[in-house]
Design a protein around this ligand. Structure first.
Ligand code: DAT
Ligand code: MG
Length: 151
């Protein structure tokens, strides 16, 4: 088994609002390791596959249209506990319920414009990474500061 990964994505509103650097910095500063990164215009079938568990929800068509409405930033972050930690850093799904200090708490007010996605389980971290990235797009690299982050 490989190390735990989370698929994190800055949605089109986050890109349009110029929040890409701020959001990436939070994950870098925390100490997670970047495995993959790209700016990407999402084909509809990719958005549908990503959100397939929500297919029956009334908001699903609008959700898919929003995700494909402009470029997104796709990322894979690695580290022990990265899935749960990223969810905490991102904050509650409804931005008005997200704590200040979280990404949604700091930058968003509406559930339909909540800026960022993070996988909700390690299994979905793997599943979603496979949807958005080809195997060759994931980098294995030795980060020189890792011993200063993990014992
Ligand atoms: P999260 O993104 O926090 O994992 P989720 O997986 O339940 O939340 O839903 C995926 C996205 O769908 C969410 O980020 C925004 C949208 N969404 C969820 N619930 C919604 C609702 N009640 N109305 C509109 N959009 C909603
Ligand atoms: Mg989710």
């Amino acid at each position: 088994v490989r190390a735990e990964i989370s698929y994190v994505m800055i949605k089109p509103d986050g890109v349009q609002r110029g929040l890409v650097g701020n959001i990436i910095s939070r994950f870098e500063n925390k100490g997670f390791q970047l495995k993959a990164l790209k700016l990407f215009q999402t084909p509809k079938d990719v958005a549908e596959e990503h959100y397939k568990d929500l297919k029956e929800k009334p908001f699903y068509p609008k959700l898919v249209d929003y995700i494909i409405s402009g470029p997104v930033v796709c990322m894979v972050w690695e580290g022990d506990g990265v899935v749960a930690s990223a969810r905490k850093m991102i904050g509650a799904t409804r931005p008005l319920e997200a704590e200040p200090g979280t990404i949604r708490g700091d930058f968003a007010i509406q559930v339909g414009r909540n800026i960022v996605h993070g996988s909700d389980s390690p299994e979905n971290g793997e599943r979603e990474t496979a949807i958005w990235f080809k195997e060759g797009e994931l980098m294995s690299w030795d980060r020189t500061m890792t011993p200063w982050l993990v014992e």
